[in-house]
Design a binder for this molecule. Structure first.
Ligand code: UDP
Length: 232
């Protein structure tokens, strides 16, 4: 079993695919899946996106940096939404970020993060990388290395990495494993090149899986074969 897990969730996990906002069924499902792994006493870090609220590229007329700041604030909103729901579901959760100064959000200190994990808290890293021009995939790669995770789980709506888009091509073939090198050179869209590059540099394995298939997350954490693993 992996003991230190960083889970990257897209904002759309909170709203349902192609929708905006929050969907309580989606939150309930997420809490159930997290509970299954938190019962095993793992250290669980989470990075959440903001696609359900706002992505920087959505309004082409906007100044890029400001649009991205709005996107990053969206990740804080999502993190607080999840925290509140998790706490009410019996999952102890703390939100940390460097981009806001709110009583419900703590700042990021490595020593404190270890204390949160040791006390059984799920730690949600909000605010992306704190910089515009990046995405929460890159934030997930950075945080996974910072928290010395054993695995970065990229939870999506597809069940792994394919040689071509499985929605458009019926003959698309799924990889069981793929190297960082291949993922970058084939321009695999499931994660940013920046995120793959950070994981490659620090040997952080990634599992890409379908979060909406029940127990997939649990199976991944148990090291059962699920999704696609990105390896050196
Ligand atoms: N963002 C940013 N810097 C970061 C992370 C995110 O500027 O380090 C902004 C960016 O505008 C992005 C938005 O926040 O579009 C939401 O993040 P992302 O697109 O990764 O969300 P997801 O697609 O995972 O829901």
């Amino acid at each position: 079993m992996y003991r230190n897990v960083l889970l990257k969730l897209s904002g759309e996990v909170l709203s349902g695919e192609g929708s905006k906002g929050f969907n309580l069924d989606a939150l309930k499902y997420m809490a159930e899946e997290i509970k299954k792994i938190s019962q095993h006493g793992l250290n669980i870090g989470m990075v959440v996106g903001a696609g359900n609220i706002f992505r920087g590229k959505e309004l082409p007329g906007m100044t890029n940096s400001i649009a991205d700041h709005i996107g990053m604030m969206g990740t804080v909103m999502n993190a607080l939404f999840i925290k509140d729901y998790f706490e009410k579901s019996g999952i102890k959760t703390v939100v940390v970020s460097q981009i806001v100064n709110l009583p419900s959000v703590r700042s990021i200190h490595y020593d404190d993060i270890d204390l949160y994990f040791n006390s059984g808290y799920v730690v949600i890293f909000a605010g992306g990388t704190s910089n515009p021009f990046f995405t929460t995939d890159t934030a997930a790669a950075l945080r996974s290395v910072e928290m010395k995770a054993d695995i970065l789980v990229k939870a999506t709506k597809v069940d792994g990495i394919y040689d071509k888009d499985p929605k458009r091509f019926t003959d698309a073939v799924k990889y069981d494993t793929i190297t960082y090198e291949e993922a970058i050179s084939k321009n695999i869209k499931v994660m940013d090149t920046e995120a793959f590059a950070i994981c490659q540099r620090y040997n952080m394995p990634i599992i890409v899986l379908d979060f909406f298939k029940k127990d997939n997350l649990l199976n991944a954490v148990m090291q059962n074969k699920v999704g696609t693993k990105v390896v050196p």
